[in-house]
Design a protein around this ligand. Structure first.
Ligand SMILES: NC(=O)c1ccc[n+]([C@@H]2O[C@H](COP(=O)([O-])OP(=O)(O)OC[C@H]3O[C@@H](n4cnc5c(N)ncnc54)[C@H](OP(=O)(O)O)[C@@H]3O)[C@@H](O)[C@H]2O)c1
Length: 255
């Protein structure tokens, strides 16, 4: 029996990771802030898949709460075999705004927590000689869109560096880099994504299914769907001036 810990497990991509891992027979530890939604998700997964589900309510921006989640990852009697570091959010905050609070909050949840949980899981898993760490970054890591791109660049590069350091240990690290996925993300951030054409969107089921196949194969970067692979390839090879122009255009269609 194996156990997966998923952060941001009550909605969107994280909820889909929890569901697909439970369908494979994994026991789960679900992490998010809203206790009611955690309990509801846990009940649904227990009833549907017959797996054991623990819940940990934790705001990953809070260092004490983050330490509680890290302690669960270090637990030797009930080891975690898969970490999915997924919790995150959008925030249309501008860089020329002297109030840096939204940017700092994003760094806490999508960079510091990724680092603390990733390092803790890597140490525990390496000692056992097996495990996998999936970090949800973004295609935004290839463009220049507010501090979100910088934060997601950190997550992507951290995960790639972890994959290098863990090579040959039996532990893998995979950075999932999604494009546009229909979740609560845009509504929560009050981002009007109405101008984004329908063909751009991918559903969370496919995104997670393909990512788990990539993680099973030990891939360092997971780019589900041909369109995201093509987008990443183009953004990697275009002159940076063109990438900055594209980033500005993307900003204009999503307000
Ligand atoms: N949707 C997209 O188009 C897209 C594209 C690229 C990358 N991503 C990335 O994918 C990841 C998941 O996003 P999503 O689209 O699935 O968003 P979502 O539907 O809004 O779900 C976000 C999840 O994260 C949890 N969460 C948010 N802040 C948290 C905090 N401070 N501490 C603990 N849990 C927290 C939420 O639960 P609570 O509110 O209860 O805490 C929820 O379970 C994020 O890292 C996001 O940046 C999304």
């Amino acid at each position: 029996m194996t156990t997966a810990l998923v952060t941001g497990a009550t909605a969107g991509i994280g909820a889909e990771f929890a569901r697909q891992l439970a369908a494979r027979g994994d026991d789960l530890v679900l992490v998010a802030r809203n206790r009611g939604r955690l309990e509801q998700t846990a009940t649904e997964l227990r009833e549907r898949y017959g797996v054991r589900v623990e819940v940990l309510d934790a705001d990953l921006a809070d260092r004490d709460a983050l330490a509680r989640v890290a302690a669960r990852l270090s637990e030797q009697d009930e080891p975690i075999d898969t970490l999915v570091s997924n919790a995150g959010f959008g925030y249309p905050a501008k860089l020329a705004d002297p109030n840096t609070e939204p940017h700092e909050g994003a760094l806490d949840v999508m960079a510091t927590a990724v680092l603390v949980l990733g390092n803790t899981a890597a140490a525990a898993m390496r000692a056992r000689g097996r495990g996998r760490i999936i970090t949800v970054a973004s295609l935004a890591a290839w463009i220049t869109q507010g501090s979100y791109s910088a934060v997601k660049s950190f997550a992507k590069l951290y995960s790639e560096a972890l994959a290098v350091e863990l090579r040959g240990t039996g532990v893998t690290a995979t950075a999932l880099c999604p494009g546009w996925v229909r979740t609560e993300f845009h509504e929560r951030a009050a981002i009007d994504a109405g101008g984004i054409p329908a063909w751009v969107w991918v559903d969370a089921e496919r995104c997670v299914r393909e990512c788990l196949t990539h993680a099973d194969a030990g891939k360092a970067i997971s780019l589900p769907t041909k369109r995201w692979k093509l987008a990443a390839f183009a953004l990697q090879h275009l002159p940076r001036g063109a990438v900055r122009a594209i980033s500005g255009a993307v900003d204009r269609v999503r307000h």
